[in-house]
Structures are given as structure tokens and as C-alpha cells.
Design a protein around this ligand. Sequence first.
Ligand SMILES: Cc1cc2nc3c(=O)[nH]c(=O)nc-3n(C[C@H](O)[C@H](O)[C@H](O)COP(=O)(O)OP(=O)(O)OC[C@H]3O[C@@H](n4cnc5c(N)ncnc54)[C@H](O)[C@@H]3O)c2cc1C
Length: 495
Amino acid sequence: MNENAADVIVVGAGNAAFSAAVSAREQGASVVVLERAPENEAGGNTRFTAGAMRFAYDGVEDLRRLMPDLTDDEIARTDFGTYTEDQFFDDMGRVTEFRTDPDLCELLVRRSRSTMHWMRDKGIRFVPIWGRQAFNVEGRFKFWGGLTVETWGGGPGLVDAWTAIAKRERIAVEYGARALALLADEAGVHGVRIKQEGRIRDLRTHAVVLAAGGFQANVEWRTRYLGPSWDLAKVRGTRFATGDGIRIALDVGAMPCGNWSGCHAVGWDRNAPEFGDLAVGDGFQKHSYPFSIMLNARGERFVDEGADFRNYTYAKYGRVILAQPGQFAWQVFDRKTLHLLRDEYRIKQVTRASANTLEELTRKLDDVDAQQALATIREFNAAVRDVPFNPNVKDGRCTNGLRIPKSNWATTIDEPPFEAYAVTCGITFTFGGVRIDTRGQVQDVDLAPIPGLYAAGEMVGGLFYNNYPGGTGLMAGSVFGRIAGSSAGLRARAG
Ligand SMILES: Cc1cc2nc3c(=O)[nH]c(=O)nc-3n(C[C@H](O)[C@H](O)[C@H](O)COP(=O)(O)OP(=O)(O)OC[C@H]3O[C@@H](n4cnc5c(N)ncnc54)[C@H](O)[C@@H]3O)c2cc1C
């Protein structure tokens, strides 16, 4: 690479970065992508995902346009329902407790459908998520959680597709190239200082798009901003998301924005490694807890496992698990719900106990007060209301009179075999970041746009607070990456 690297430099090589790079290229700009990771670990958190994407659609015809391979038979066997823009707005409002930035949320929701079609036109393929987002009841699948489509090949497939598209579009991707600082003066940002193969160099450009992820893999920042115990969480995804993009933007005067003490965190195998493992992907997660009861070290329940569909509680329950003594919990199931367990419960690297009696099971739950655990299960069983169980709707099968209720899908734990799975807190990504405007341009601390600087993806703050509707991270990366890339490309062409 020479000094004048390209019209636009994109920092990062995840979904947001590639969306920005391809969009800038559409404007006629030359583009180079800088990726800190070596090629075999590149792709950021994006590569760890299942590729699930939340977007607005009005019915099956909308889905058929996105996935023309859907057969009549598949459509006949599936209730895809709708996920209208209004539903998407409602979900974003409800789960963020109405703190989501209205302008950013508006863009996310209103551009979600057209951005999916843009991705498809570029060469990304989508398939319905029958396995994880729909239950088969009496021969018919029903999608229950507003999340219907994933990228073909999941996260690895998405990164591979973007990489192939970048190659086709003559976008250079530099691996092992870490952005250290932005080159900036009073007129704005003019380039990036990078370290690659041990050498530090300055690359000049007309516009920079930062898409370098959150700070979840930075244990010191996690403790500093999220608070005590967050140093003890496991990182679900890439070890390269240490907040570099946020830091170098703040260094040139960017305005911090959003929920800096908040993050997306889930129940994750108690013995998972410190960072994500690409061979396992998202398999350490244990997302079938709405059909379980969760017990902590004291042998007590501590949260309403069935408060809502999984997509609307999983991202905040990691924090609740982190707050338990020893930062762990056991999810307990009996025979009646074992067939509903997601594929991730059947991986080799799982922390499981199984037994044919409750006495034996509770004795096998490592680090748990067995006597209290048994008492809790019996108390729970006695409190379950006998209304029909249905995993596809909030069935109202709840408990009566417990201090911590279970609001839906409450089934007694009384038929062997019994199975239990140990989870701790796995952090996915942080919610705090930098402030952007509706063109994806980074704002400074006076709320003026920083010339030549754009941002997208997890490192942008303002969209998510407290919680998050499943499948929105990739969608936000695509929508705002596309916007930021287009703005950067236009600036480069003009300049
Ligand atoms: C296990 C798991 C499962 C998930 N499942 C889903 C899902 O199904 N659907 C969904 O919507 N979301 C999911 N998410 C969240 C989703 O991964 C993210 O929201 C999204 O991929 C973020 O994209 P991004 O481009 O902003 O960041 P990333 O994909 O993390 O990309 C950031 C990139 O920046 C690079 N980088 C960092 N610092 C530097 C530097 N200094 N210089 C150069 N490059 C740098 C990193 O190496 C990385 O390539 C999941 C996350 C995890 C961990």
C-alpha cells in the first residue's frame, strides 16, 4: 500500500465494514479495508453469528422476493406471519425502554427491507430460520419472534460472501493491519496510522469509515464502564473488539453516545473459553431457557424464565446470571421439553448433568445447594397452572403464588430423564459508542460533524439501551454501514 491508500479507508472487516466498503465503491470511490485480525480470524463478531437478521416484511410475498427459492410446499407448511415496520418500532421501543434514538431507530426500521434487497442484489443469499425461530406444531411451522431469515452459511457464510463481493468490486482487504490513530487537524480527518507486520505507517485518504466493533473484548474497559464483575464475563465472539475504533474517534474529539454501562450478554456455557472459538461459533449459548427453570448456587430461582419470547429476554439475562453468586446458573429441564432444545445443547463442549430422579439430579449440580434446589423444584411444580402448553405463542401457562413467577411455558419438572446445563455470562457486544448523524458522520463533542469521519456497526451508540431484539446487530451494521459508506464515497468523489 502506498501513502495515498484509497479514496475511502474502512477500518474493520465485519458486516458493517463490508457494507460500508461496497456502498462507498458504488459511489465510484476506490476503497481499502483494514482488518486487524489475520485472515484466518478475520470477520469480527460477524463471523461468530448465525447470520439471523431482523427486518420488516408484510407477508410471505415479501419473503419470496428475498428468497425466490422458497417452494410452494415450504410456504404451505409454514406460517411466516408478518413483521411490519410498526412491529419493529414497537419492539425497539419496548426492549430499550423507549430510549432508542428516534432518528437512528427510524433509519434502522424503514431501511431494513430495502437494505436486505440491496445485500441480495450484491450476492448475499438468505434462508428461513426454521430450526431456531419456528416450532413445528401439528405439522406446521410457525415463526414466533419477528426473526425469520438468516444468511446462507450463517456468519461464516456472510463473511465469505462479503469477501468475494469485495474482491469482485476491486476493494482491497489488508489483513493484520491495525488502525492505531486517525490523522486529523482542524479541517477534519485525512488518514489513518496503522501497524502492519510490525511497521507503523500513515495512510492518507479523503474519508474514513470506522466499523471496528465494540469494546467487549477489553477487560479493563469492561470493568471500567460496565462495572464490577464484568471482568469475569466470557467473551462470545472476537478477541479483536477491544474498543480501538471508539478510542481513536474519541481521540479526535468524537462525542460518546448511548448506553456505555449497557451491553448484550447471554447465558453461555460455564466452561467456555475466555474468547469465542470459531470452531464452535455461537454453540456455547444455551437459549432454550424459557422451557427450563434456572437455579443459582443457593438452589433458588432468580428470574422469570418465561417473561417473553427468547428473542426479547436473552440479551439481558446474561447480566442477571452474572449477578448470581459465583456468576453461574443451571437450566433444568425434564422429558416433556427436551425435544424443544436447540441444536447448541447437543454440542460436544457442553456442561451437562443428567439423572433419572430429582434427588440424583440436584446432587449432580456442581456448586449448588442440593437440598434447596430440590425444594425449589417441588415448590415450582406445585405452583404450575394447568393450561395448554404452546411454544409458538405466549401461552400464559404460568405459576401461581411464587415470589419469582414464571409467566409462560411453565411445565412441571417431574418426568425423567432430567437434564441440566450450567451457564455463566457471555458478553456479545457493548452498547456505548460514538455519536453519528443520519448520514453516518461522526459528531464531535460540540455536536458538529467531523469532516471525513464516518462510523457504523457496534461502535455506534444510541440504538440499544438495556436490551436488544435478536437479529438487530447485523441489520444495524448493514443499514448504517451502507449509509456511512455512501456518504464517505460521495465526499471522496467531491474532494
Ligand atoms: C456468538 C455471537 C452470535 C451472534 N449472533 C447474531 C445474529 O445471529 N444476528 C445478529 O444480528 N447479531 C448477532 N450477533 C451480534 C453481531 O455479531 C454483531 O452485532 C455484528 O456482527 C457486528 O458487526 P460489526 O461489523 O459492527 O462488528 P464486527 O463484526 O465485530 O467487526 C469489527 C471488525 O473490526 C476489526 N477491528 C477491531 N479493531 C481494529 C483496528 N484497530 N484496526 C482494524 N480493524 C479492527 C475486528 O477485527 C473486526 O473484524 C452475534 C454475536 C456473537 C458474538
